[in-house]
Every structure is written in structure tokens, then in C-alpha cells.
Design a protein around this ligand. Structure first.
Ligand code: AKG
Length: 258
């Protein structure tokens, strides 16, 4: 199966690739900010791993919620070209609910076991939820690009999670049959390109054993009218970035561009 680049087929396949969204100057700026984030990383960091919140040695795979700490990343989440891509799959009313810089250093970048995103987000109620995966470095199979199992979100299955017993990013995984595994597609892309995946689609990535870094910025969005966020349980503020939200969602920060 070839890689889907048609937003109209996003709901069928569970993902869509959008080549060449940001230009070289924009990606260079993101790389500079990222290098500063990595340089300022604390020694220890809190992560959700193996199903619990715990403190671990910091790694650049664990740079969570940068948009809540540095206006550069919030601005990137509001980039009109990125929001146009999100609008093409989720509609015109959009909230930004989370973000995460996932940077796999050369030679020992962590793998990400097969998983569905939604099972980690108990404060998020609804299915119109998607992740933008923006390539800050070129991503290919050698340096651990993302892999997706097309259509595995169909019917929104809540798959059981179990421990990987390995040193990977999440520590948990879901059961993937050999048939599913053989349907998996690598989402190779140049820096400045992005993919969007459904929060129920099964996806993951292999370790980075290459000599090149693999950096990505994941931005998580939801349809502001059909998805509800329990802001008392959610760990970061929710930003309304485009369109309108329901009355029930007044606790969102208005971050729409004028
Ligand atoms: O960056 C990766 O390798 C995995 C990303 C991922 O699992 C996600 O964005 O939900």
C-alpha cells in the first residue's frame, strides 16, 4: 500500500502525510530552539512510563509540553500552514491539547513500541483527536521514523496494554498480529514535512542506531466541538486555536490568530 497523502482519505487510513509544509528558514529556527532546549535539560525529569509517573534520567525523547514553557513552540502550534493541515482532517474548530518534542539521539535513540495514543489521555473524551508529527530532522527507516498500521483505528478499538519489559519510550505496548505488522508503513519524510495520525491508530517507531539524530515535534489537536477535555484532570492548559468551542469548554485559553 502506498503512503496516503490525501486528507480526504485520512478517516479511512487513520493518517495522512503532508510534504513540505515549513520552509528551510522555519525549520532552521526550530532546530536552534530545540538545541537550546536540549542544552538546558535538567538532569532528572518526570515521565509517564510503564503506566506510572516517575522520575528518570533526562533524555531528549522526554521534552514534554514545550508549548507550555516557551512561546516559540506555542507559536509553531498556531502556524497557519500547520493548522490548515489539521483543519483538513479535523474540521474548522480546533483546540491544542498537548505537545512533545521526541528527539532520538544518534546511536542510542529509544524505540517507541506499538501503541494507541488515546489510551494515555484519560482527560480527553471523544474520538476526533489527532497528532501532528513535524519532522525537524529528515526521518527515514535508518534513524527511526514513525511507523503506522493503516486502518487499525477503524471502529475505535480500546486495545489492552501490557509491559514491553524493555527500555523504550513508553514501557507499554499493544498486541499486534503478524498480519498487522506486515501492513505497517514507514512514514519517511524530509524536515519541514509532517504527518497527522488518528489517536486510535496503532503506531510506533524503531530505535535510532544510525549516526544521525531524528527530531520531531508532536502537536496534539482535537475538534473543539466534538471532544471534551476535563481541564481539572488535564496537566496543561488547553488552547482554542481556530474556530469556536462549545459553551461547556469556556476554560480554554483563546489563542486564535487575529
Ligand atoms: O516519534 C516517534 O517515534 C513516536 C511518536 C508517537 O508515538 C506519537 O506521536 O504519538
Amino acid at each position: 500500500m502506498s503512503t496516503n497523502t490525501d486528507p480526504l482519505k485520512y478517516s479511512e487510513h487513520g493518517y495522512c502525510l503532508f510534504p513540505d509544509i515549513l520552509d528551510t528558514a522555519e525549520i532552521d529556527a526550530a532546530r536552534r530552539e530545540l538545541d537550546a532546549c536540549i542544552g538546558n535539560m535538567p538532569k532528572r525529569i518526570m515521565v509517564y512510563k510503564d503506566g506510572v509517573h516517575q522520575e528518570v534520567d533526562a533524555r531528549p525523547e522526554y521534552l514534554t509540553e514545550p508549548h507550555n514553557k516557551n512561546p516559540f513552540w506555542l507559536q509553531l502550534c498556531r502556524h497557519p500552514k500547520i493548522l490548515n493541515a489539521v483543519e483538513a482532517v479535523l474540521g474548522e474548530n480546533l483546540i491544542l491539547i498537548m505537545s512533545h518534542l521526541i528527539v532520538k539521539p544518534p546511536c542510542d535513540g529509544l524505540s517507541v513500541a506499538w501503541h494507541q495514543d488515546n489510551t494515555y489521555w484519560h482527560s480527553v473524551k471523544g474520538t476526533d483527536v489527532a497528532t501532528v508529527w513535524l519532522a525537524i530532522d529528515d526521518a527515514d527507516q535508518e534513524n527511526g521514523c514513525m511507523r503506522v498500521i493503516p486502518t487499525s483505528h477503524a471502529g475505535y478499538p480500546e486495545m489492552d496494554k501490557f509491559s514491553t519489559g524493555a527500555n523504550d519510550l513508553l514501557g507499554l505496548t499493544v498486541e499486534v498480529t503478524s498480519e498487522m505488522e506486515s501492513a505497517a508503513l514507514p512514514l519517511e519524510m524530509k524536515a519541514g514535512s509532517l504527518s497527522i495520525h488518528d489517536s486510535y491508530v496503532v503506531h510506533g517507531s524503531n530505535a535510532n542506531l544510525s549516526q544521525r539524530r531524528r527530531a520531531a515535534y508532536t502537536m496534539r489537536f482535537a475538534n473543539a466541538k466534538t471532544v471534551t477535555i476535563d481541564t481539572s484532570q488535564h496537566w496543561v492548559p488547553v488552547h482554542l486555536v481556530r474556530g469556536e468551542a462549545n459553551d461547556a469548554t469556556k476554560s480554554y485559553i483563546d489563542s486564535r490568530l487575529p
